[in-house]
Design a protein around this ligand. Structure first.
Ligand code: EPZ
Length: 427
C-alpha cells in the first residue's frame, strides 16, 4: 500500500488550487437519475469516492463520459445520461465501500417508483444510522421495507404525493435524499430543521437549474413544489470548503503564507473565525482566501455544530494546528461519537492531547516530532499530514486510501507550496 513521506519544518508559501467539493459532488451525481436528459457536472474533483460513485451509476445503466482534460488540470467534466434505468438496486459490494451510495435512494425512488439500497452500515467515526432518511421518505408517502441488509423504498402508484417532515436532528444526507425525492412528487413537500450546509445549497441550485421549484434555499425550512419532470443541465460543483480549511491549517502550522485559490470565504466563516482566534491572519481576495501565520498560535475553545457552526469535518485538522498553540484548547465533537482516532497518532508525534467522551483538551507543545503513523479515517489522515508538515524530522503516513477519498493529488498540491513530501507505493 502507498505511504506519504514528509520532511517537516518547511514554511509553506505560494498558491494552492482548491478543488470541487467532494460532499457536494456526491449529492449532485445522483441527480442524473432524476431526468432522461444529460447532466454535465464541471469542476468534479479526481477522488476515489467520485470514481466509486461513477461506477455505481454505471450499474444502474447510466452512461458516464469524462471530457478530455489535461493531466495537469485539477478537476474534471463528467456528463451522465440516465436515458434508461436498467437496474434500481445498489448492491452491498459497492455500498460497503462508499456509504454515500445511500444518496441514490431518494432520486431512484422518484424516477423509478422504487429503489433498493444495501444498508450502508457504520464507519470508523460512528455507526451512521439512516433512520432520518427513511422517516423523511415515509413522510413524503414512500413505503419502506428492511430485509436481508437492504432497504427498499416504494412509491404509491402514480408517484410520491409529497408531505411534511421536521428533522429531530440536523442531517445533511437525509436532507439531500428528501430533497431529491420531493422535486418530482405530485404535490408540495416541506422540510423543517433541514441541513443548511453550502453543499445543500449547491444541490438546491442544481435541482432548480434542472427545473425544480424550491423555496427557502439556504435556510432550515425548505418548501418543494413537485413538478412533472426535470430536464438536463450543465453545472459547476462548488469549491471544497473543507479542503480549503485543511490547507489553511497546513499553511498556519508551518508559519506560512498561502493563497487558497477558488476558496469562498463566505462558506467557511466558522473555520475562518477559529483560525483568527488562534492568531492566524485570514483575508478574502478576488477568487480566493489568503492565510498567513507569522506569530505564536493561541489556544481556542469550540464545539462542532451543524452549519453555520464549526464543521465536524474540520475538527481533526484544527486539532493538529492547535497542538502547536500556546495554552490548552478545548474541543467538543457534538456530531459523531468516535471522531478522535487521530488523537493517539498525534500524541505519538509528541502532542499532548487528553480526551474524555466528546471533549478533547489539546495542551500546546513547543514541538512535534516526526513518526510513522497510520490513517484511520479521511479527516484524521489529513490531521496527521498537517502535523507532519510542522514536525521535526520525517513522518510517514500509512493507509493512504483514506486520504485519497477526499483530497485530490494532495502531495502535488503541497509540493507547490514548498513542502518536502512524496508518495511511495507498495510497502
Ligand atoms: C455528511 O455525512 C458528510 N458526508 C460528512 O462528511 C459530514 O461529516 C456530515 O455530513 C456532517 O456534516 C457527505 O456529505 C458525503 P449527517 P452524513 O446525516 O450526511 C446522525 C467527510 O469527512 N444521523 O449530517 O452521513 C449521524 O449519526 C464526511 O467528508 C442519524 O442519527 O451526516 C450524525 O450523528 C464524514 N440518523 C448526525 O446525524 C440519520 O438518518 C449528522 O449526520 C442520519 C444521521
Amino acid at each position: 500500500m502507498d505511504k506519504i513521506i514528509i520532511e517537516g519544518g518547511k514554511r509553506l508559501s505560494g498558491t494552492i488550487p482548491v478543488s470541487g467539493a467532494k460532499n457536494a459532488a456526491l449529492t449532485l451525481l445522483p441527480c442524473a437519475l432524476l431526468t432522461d436528459e444529460p447532466l454535465t457536472l464541471r469542476n468534479l474533483p479526481r477522488l476515489a469516492d467520485i470514481d466509486g460513485f461513477q461506477h455505481l451509476m454505471n450499474q444502474f445503466g447510466v452512461s458516464t463520459t469524462i471530457a478530455g482534460s489535461r493531466p495537469e488540470d485539477f478537476g474534471r467534466v463528467m456528463t451522465l445520461a440516465a436515458t434508461r434505468i436498467t437496474n434500481s438496486v445498489a448492491p452491498y459490494e459497492l455500498v460497503r465501500k462508499m456509504r454515500a451510495s445511500i444518496l441514490v435512494l431518494g432520486p431512484m425512488l422518484a424516477r423509478m417508483g422504487e429503489a433498493t439500497v444495501s444498508l450502508p452500515g457504520g464507519c470508523a467515526i460512528g455507526n451512521r444510522p439512516i433512520d432520518l432518511h427513511l422517516k423523511a421518505l415515509e413522510a413524503f408517502g414512500a413505503h419502506i421495507e428492511l430485509a436481508a441488509g437492504y432497504v427498499k423504498a416504494i412509491a404509491p402508484d402514480g408517484g410520491l404525493p409529497g408531505g411534511r417532515y421536521s428533522f429531530p436532528v440536523v442531517s445533511v444526507g437525509a436532507t439531500e435524499n428528501a430533497l431529491m425525492a420531493a422535486v418530482t412528487a405530485r404535490g408540495k413537500s416541506t422540510l423543517h430543521n433541514a441541513a443548511r450546509e453550502p453543499e445543500i445549497v449547491d444541490l438546491c441550485n442544481l435541482l432548480a437549474a434542472m427545473g425544480a421549484e424550491i423555496e427557502g434555499i439556504g435556510t432550515s425550512d425548505l418548501t418543494i413544489h413537485g413538478v412533472p419532470r426535470l430536464h438536463g443541465a450543465t453545472y459547476r460543483v462548488m469549491s471544497d470548503r473543507i479542503e480549503a480549511g485543511s490547507y489553511a491549517c497546513a499553511a498556519a502550522i508551518t508559519g506560512g503564507d498561502v493563497f487558497l485559490k477558488h476558496a469562498v470565504i463566505e462558506e467557511m466563516e466558522a473555520t475562518v473565525q477559529a483560525l483568527r482566534d488562534a492568531g492566524v491572519h485570514v483575508e478574502p481576495r478576488p477568487d480566493g482566501v489568503q492565510v498567513a501565520a507569522d506569530g505564536p498560535l493561541r489556544a481556542v475553545t469550540l464545539s462542532t455544530a451543524p452549519y453555520p457552526g464549526f464543521a465536524t469535518d474540520m475538527q481533526a485538522q484544527l486539532m493538529a494546528l492547535l497542538c502547536r498553540a500556546e495554552g490548552a484548547s478545548v474541543l467538543t465533537e457534538t456530531i459523531f461519537e468516535n471522531r478522535y482516532m487521530h488523537v493517539p497518532e498525534l500524541n505519538r508525534m509528541g502532542a499532548h492531547i487528553e480526551t474524555s467522551g466528546r471533549t478533547a483538551i489539546v495542551h500546546g507543545v513547543p514541538r512535534l516530532t516526526g513518526a510513522e503513523v497510520m490513517a484511520t479515517d479521511l479527516r484524521a489522515s489529513m490531521s496527521l499530514v498537517i502535523a507532519g508538515l510542522a514536525a521535526e524530522g520525517e513522518t510517514q503516513v500509512h493507509r493512504l486510501y483514506h486520504l485519497d477519498r477526499g483530497y485530490e493529488r494532495l502531495e502535488e498540491k503541497l509540493a507547490l507550496l514548498g513542502a518536502q513530501i512524496e508518495r511511495l507505493g507498495g510497502d
